[in-house]
Design a protein. Structure first.
Length: 367
């Protein structure tokens, strides 16, 4: 009679020792993000944060959660894992700063089919770098090894960020008025939206991620597409001190036509002039490769603008100067107008030659 096999968790595909090794490997990265208010390290059941120690008197908490989307497939197929962690933090932290909130702490969720300590370490070190750029502490997270849910090498990321703003400084957009100016802060690339279309266009074009980049031969195509999402926290916190900013829109999924209306009162409309900036090369490649119409571009991609900042006309020059002193590239995109009953909340207008299109065009929101 054969003895019955004694199974271990590792027999089912879960390596507890690898998980423990990853936790030890990432502790220095997490420690490098420590900031005022941190009250615990990695390893506890819950992470602690002291708002009073962070300097807040009458705070409103602002929270957000997000992922990186199918940009992860580009990272997986390119074998480049050290940048998507920055994207993860950026997608959450940028959503907080647009309401005037300073990101305080961040937690991540990393799920994979089979845990590779080398891969996991690269990913989480990227998350730590994003936290340093955002000024947020990486105070916890979860690593889940789930054989059968993900193929070996595949993984998914999600993040959760909490920030705070003094009650009197919360940005709501209620004060946006006719005549206000729209400033645009340049993006670093595609950021983390529209990658299902990006991947389809890459596939149909026949270019491989390992090939030289068509618009930047100094890089591999995959590396260029993986350029991390820009984090606007520190420059925006500085500009907010001037008191002229009324609202900010993070240009993510939905592009201009879906995101700008989220910050506008119902009686005004935002008019964006597309001839105020040149479409960056990555977007021009996508436009040509997919024969994309202006509306499709304006509602799918950031088209070179990561944040749209609504500023009072009298303070626009000072705000722009402050952003530029903090290293941002800033464009005057247009202005806010009184909205008629039939007018959409956002209008993106292009003259002949704008964004490389031969004819003049108009892209509008559906709101």
């Amino acid at each position: 009679m054969n003895k019955k096999k004694s199974y271990t968790y590792k027999d089912a595909g879960v390596d507890i020792e690898a998980g423990n090794s990853l936790v030890e490997a990432i502790k220095p990265a997490a420690a490098s993000t420590k900031r005022s208010g941190c009250a615990s390290g990695l390893g506890g059941f819950g992470a602690l944060f002291d708002l009073k120690a962070a300097g807040y008197k009458d705070p409103i908490l602002v929270s957000g959660t997000d992922g990186v989307g199918t940009k992860l497939k580009v990272a997986i197929e390119s074998g480049i894992h050290n940048m998507v962690g920055i994207d993860l933090v950026a997608m959450c932290a940028n959503d907080l700063i647009v309401q005037g909130a300073e990101p305080l702490f961040f937690l991540d969720y990393f799920a994979t089919g089979h845990l590779s300590v080398k891969q996991g370490r690269a990913i989480i070190e990227g998350i730590a770098e994003g936290c340093r750029q955002a000024g947020a502490a990486l105070i916890g997270g979860e690593t889940a090894e789930m054989p059968g849910m993900y193929k070996d090498g595949d993984y998914d990321l999600a993040g959760f960020c909490v920030g705070a703003v003094e009650r009197e400084n919360l940005l709501t957009g209620d004060g946006v008025r006719e005549g206000d100016i729209l400033l645009g802060l340049a993006s670093s690339g595609v950021h983390s939206n529209g990658f299902s279309l990006v991947r389809r266009l890459v596939e149909d074009s026949g270019v491989r991620y390992s090939d030289p980049c068509p618009f930047d031969p100094s890089k591999k195509f995959g590396e260029a597409l993986l350029e991390p999402t820009k984090i606007y926290v520190k420059s925006t916190l500085e500009a907010l001190k001037l008191g002229h900013i009324k609202a900010i829109s993070h240009i993510t999924g939905g592009g201009f036509v879906e995101n700008i209306p989220r910050i506008l009162p119902e009686n005004v409309s935002a008019h964006v002039e597309a001839n105020r900036w040149t479409l960056p090369p990555v977007f021009d490649w996508l436009r040509v490769a997919g024969n994309l119409k202006p509306l499709e571009m304006a509602r799918t991609f950031n088209c070179g603008i990561g944040l749209v900042v609504v500023v009072s006309a009298k303070g626009a020059d000072d705000v722009q100067k402050t952003f530029e002193q903090m290293g941002e590239i800033v464009y005057n995109l247009g202005h806010v107008v009184k909205r008629s009953n039939s007018e959409p909340a956002t209008v993106v207008k292009g003259d002949k030659g704008s964004w490389g299109y031969e004819n003049s065009w108009l892209a509008t929101s559906s709101h």
